[in-house]
Design a binder for this molecule. Structure first.
Ligand code: ACM
Ligand code: ZN
Length: 756
């Protein structure tokens, strides 16, 4: 008897929180804590319409999380009830996602005007429940009133570069639902695979869904395997997934790419290209030159495809791609040139615009709208099109100013294929550096917009391109926990200045992930570092910070791994010679974080005054000009920091050594990552001066010499005496045809300048 009582006591779980500790993500708009608690047991009943999906969904959550079997009833006098109450509140009529969750001693009441709101109330309630078999759970009395700011709260998944099975797509939808995201952008076609069954064109999947090999390692390695790879979703699969998503109040926006990223389709039907092929389904990532040819037969083909797509997906928007479509084939194709002439178009950019506008007209006849990547702005925007802004927020701003709807998805904050922590501790990723904190700092509505223009910002979404992501568990790793940050941004309750509060809530969700077997990145526990200029300009200062603990960082400077007896960090370290700092966080006698490592390269330039004629792009300017003399050589696989990025502009930097010195060589690192439109400069030159006014040209290097040394450039100066050193790296300018990003301005990425 006593034993049994003890057992029951252990199983009683008392969830008691202060308001700030409630583990809710996204943070609701308003929470008022009451007194006392509601006791949830297997006697509690769910009161709802009998056929309510929401009631069954909650019943299942409670069963899964707590092991309690609750009955669903249409009316009851029971003393412990969870009630769904539909209420039309006049001023809320237009916003279907609001809800209130009221927990009192006897009842939990979720009120909403539509099922969407009831569903979000359930999600909030489920985050208050433990994940532990329990006979009794106490929930704190409270009232939550809640609704989102943005109507497009999106997550994208590229199923073309790698294919993910139907069961995982459902899981992905569940993950979105857990965090009140409401849009799933399903990238179904690309050069490397066509993933949707189209009854009228069976070869799209017979041929287009399979490739005879894939890239391995980095794009720059240009290595391939020869394994046949592929897969596709049947129309029955898609119907099942659309229903599944619809029940969870998630709209699926399908993407059928055109006119570019079309190689898989052209491998199956080469007659819709400019040259007639033959082609094979893409094995290499990046941007390929062969695209759809805008002749009448191609439009018939694409319209027949879109007709089947529109029948399968009820979403208002159909995504037609539009990005990264090279014009090389169009420039020499008689069909394309005839079309330009007949339609009185200026050039191939206007031909792209003609292409999109013609497709838009067709989609509009079916009662739907198109959305496309921001390149659809070029050559004139289709009249009713919405724009997905990915090359920064500029495209979105331009579209909103033209009264077009916009979804923000800039690479800087919303590309979840970028690294989220130190690349050394992370699986291989596309590049870039987008931490949870960076995502959390995102504001989807740019300051440049007026109040009226801001109404055109529907929201934002994160994109997950899967060139380097092969498995469901790796997909989970890339979206968790970054999606939590985006979810709170879009709900409208993010407070970047209170990032540490948010992070405390994330850590509580890690426990949920562990219990549910969801993979996630622990990069938030990593030690972050910051180099800064010392007042004397003699060396630099290096600061170490743990996001979760102010004490307990230990470090070494002799190359050994830090352990419990290593020096404890207290103040920024002074760095004035070449050395390696390694550091990790220790708690309760155990190492808590991965070890980070920073090599410093010391030269006469270290920490010296430096000025720039042109400023780098705001997205690639962390640390400003000082980045070039901070002793940290930019990591070539992570160009979101430690590098300065110039879009279309030159590097023109002058370093003041403080006094005249003998100089033998000048070192500069430049980056190439063509898939990201980053190209080596045309030329690098060094000039010197003793008065900072009159500069003498001393040496320069050409593009081919820069390519020969793979961007690690050493310019011989041979014993010149100078106080001021000027380094000019000339941007490649417009990207030549046949290369990724052809026709656009090249990016120039530079880092560390050494003077020896
Ligand atoms: C894109 O990332 N090419 C839209
Ligand atoms: Zn053509």
């Amino acid at each position: 008897m006593f034993k049994k009582l003890l057992f029951l006591l252990i199983l009683m779980i008392n969830v008691s929180f202060s308001q700030n500790q409630l583990p809710l993500i996204p943070q609701p708009k308003s929470i008022v804590l009451g007194k006392g608690s509601f006791v949830l047991t297997n006697k509690t009943v769910i009161q709802s319409d009998e056929d309510s999906f929401e009631a069954k969904y909650l019943q299942e959550i409670i069963k899964q999380q707590l092991g309690l079997d609750l009955k669903i009833v249409t009316s009851t006098k029971a003393h412990s009830r969870i009630i769904f109450a539909n209420k039309i509140i006049e001023e809320k009529k237009s916003f279907k996602e609001w809800y209130t969750l009221s927990i009192s001693k006897n009842d939990v009441i979720i009120t909403a005007t539509e099922d969407h709101g009831i569903f979000y109330g359930i999600q909030t309630l489920s985050q208050l429940l433990p994940i532990e078999k329990s006979s009794e759970v106490k929930l704190p009395c409270l009232t939550i009133i809640d609704e989102p700011n943005y109507s497009w709260r999106g997550m994208h998944l590229d199923c073309a570069r790698h294919f993910f099975p139907k069961e995982f797509i459902k899981k992905y939808i569940d993950y979105l639902a857990m965090y009140k995201m409401n849009t799933f952008h399903w990238h179904l076609t690309d050069d490397q695979g066509w993933r949707i069954e189209i009854k009228k064109y069976p070869k799209l999947t017979e041929v287009g869904a399979w490739r005879n090999g894939s890239m391995i390692g980095y794009y720059s390695d240009q290595k391939f395997d020869d394994k046949r790879y592929g897969g596709f979703y049947t129309q029955d699969d898609i119907k099942e997934i659309v229903t599944y998503a619809n029940q969870r109040h998630i709209t699926i926006v399908p993407e059928i790419e055109m006119p570019g990223h079309a190689m898989a389709a052209l491998a199956a039907y080469p007659e819709y290209s400019c040259t007639g092929g033959p082609f094979e389904v893409g094995k290499t990532w990046g941007v390929l030159d062969d695209v759809f040819c805008p002749k009448d037969e191609t439009f018939t083909f694409l319209q027949n495809i879109l007709t089947e797509v529109i029948d399968l997906f009820p979403s208002k928007y159909i995504h037609i791609g539009g990005d990264e479509s090279p014009k090389v084939r169009w420039k020499v194709c008689p069909n394309c040139q005839k079309r330009i002439k007949d339609e009185h178009l200026k050039d191939e950019h206007e031909l792209q615009s003609y292409f999109i506008q013609r497709i838009e007209k067709f989609v509009n006849t079916k009662g739907r709208k198109i959305i496309g990547w921001d390149e659809i702005l070029e050559g004139g925007l289709a009249p009713n099109a919405a724009v997905m802004s990915w090359r920064g927020t500029e495209g979105g701003i331009a579209a909103a100013k033209q009264n077009h709807f916009v979804v923000m998805s800039p690479g800087s904050h919303c590309y979840f294929d970028h690294y989220q922590g130190e690349p050394k501790n992370e699986p291989i990723a596309f590049g870039g550096y987008t931490t949870v904190e960076k995502v959390y700092s995102f504001n989807p509505t740019p300051k440049e917009l007026s109040k009226e223009e801001a109404n055109y910002i529907l929201g934002a979404q994160a994109n997950l391109w899967t060139e380097y992501i092969e498995t469901p568990s790796h997909v989970e790793y890339m979206i968790f926990p970054r999606m939590l940050a985006l979810s709170e941004v879009l709900w409208g309750t993010s407070k970047p200045e209170k990032y540490s509060d948010f992070q405390n809530r994330i850590i509580q969700h890690f426990d949920v992930f562990d219990k549910k077997g969801i993979n996630y990145s622990k990069s938030i526990f990593e030690i972050t570092t910051k180099a800064s200029q010392s007042i004397s300009h003699d060396g630099i200062l290096f600061e170490l910070k743990s996001a979760t603990n102010t004490n307990g960082i230990r470090y070494t400077s002799d190359g050994s791994n830090p352990n419990l007896s290593s020096k404890e960090y207290s103040n920024p370290l002074e760095i004035n010679k070449s050395q390696t700092i390694k550091a990790a966080l220790f708690e309760n006698g155990k190492q808590k974080s991965a070890t980070i490592e920073q090599k410093f390269y010391s030269s006469k330039a270290l920490g010296k005054k430096i000025t720039l004629v042109n400023q780098p792009h705001e997205n690639y300017s962390i640390g400003g000009a000082f980045t070039l003399v901070d002793g940290i050589i930019g990591n070539r696989s992570k160009f979101g920091r430690d590098w300065l990025g110039f879009s279309g502009k030159d590097l023109d930097a002058t370093i003041d050594l403080g006094k005249s010195e003998t100089i033998n060589k000048v070192v500069l690192c430049v980056l190439e990552s063509q898939g990201s439109w980053i190209y080596y400069p045309k030329e690098i030159s060094v000039l010197i001066s003793n008065d900072g006014q009159k500069f003498e040209n001393v040496t320069k290097l050409s593009l081919s010499e820069i390519q020969d040394v793979k961007g690690e450039v050493v310019l011989e100066v041979k014993g010149k005496i100078a106080r001021y050193i000027k380094i000019i790296a000339t941007n490649l300018g417009r990207i030549p045809d046949g290369n990724p990003g052809a026709g656009s301005e090249a990016w120039l990425f530079v880092d560390e300048i050494g003077i020896e």
